[in-house]
Design a binder for this molecule. Sequence first.
Ligand code: ZN
Length: 361
Amino acid sequence: MKSSTRSLGARNAVLAVVLVLAGLAAQPAAAEERAKDLFGAEKLPTATDPQSFGFYSKGCFAGGVAIPMDGPTWQVMRPSRNRRWGHPAMIALIEKLSRDAVADGWPGLLIGDIAQPRGGPMTSGHASHQIGLDADIWLTPMPDRPLSMAQRESMSATLMVDEKTHLVKDALWTPQHTALLKRAASYPQVERILVNPGIKKKLCDTVKGDRSWLRKIRPFWGHDYHFHMRIGCQPGSPTCKAQEATPDDDGCGKPLSWWFTQEPWRPNTNPDAPKARDLMTMASLPKECRAVLDAPGPASAEVATYHGGAEPVAVAGPEPEAPSLPATTASSTAGLPSAASAFTATPEVGVPVPRPRPPAK
Ligand SMILES: [Zn+2]
């Protein structure tokens, strides 16, 4: 009895040592926790001045605000994802677009993903949308009734492009679709709008008169049920990394014809390879993103919900202003070297694998 107890005790001691060793071994892995899990778990933004850190596909942002779930000229889709957050300039611009679009004859906006409350890599979908300056708008007109929360989760968007020919389905495309994209491209702070190559071709083939705005309309994989509106770095974000300017022509020539060859549509030779956003650790992001994670939030989402068009929307272009996280976090960001040159941009073009369309559900 005694000996058996002793041997059990010894075994427990061995087990304890094994557990301690396992714990030690696990520590480095925990320290490199995936950034998408940390940012994906944030429910609220930081209660600080708005500021974007890093690049569209490698960064985060502070001082985000939410677009209300409903407005007179918009409805937010897929609300359970909690991605209706953005830089205040982005949210104000979406509201403005919704009003202008209705005046142009579009029934109102169905708003898709903008960003997580503090940005960062997302738990699913999207390489970009990380710094509060990207938004997806559905190409499906808003119904003339408020959708229930369940309908917003389940309603399918309209697929505008034939998957075989990569051309727009003519029965679905209307002059109002063109007007909506033209309106979005008309804002000086909008730097580029991503659409499926078929949609770009439709515009190239049909837009008469002023074609200067076509410069901002950029063909990209996916984007066949929504378009993606990207604004430039905003004042007060000195480490926001601007994207290269689009070429100064309508983009309807050779670069577009490439999309109608076999090359962009070859099957992915390594479909199971992890995506960049799945691999990013905190070390992959600008250093300030740690402070963004640690910064205090507002009392509720409602406190940080944007109401009203009084806030000015700045024209694109970073301004050399000092960062302005509040005193509670300033100590952890002050004195850090600028992160702007510490990472490289990952441009939208040149990504070698087609991004599969998210399942229609
Ligand atoms: Zn997008």
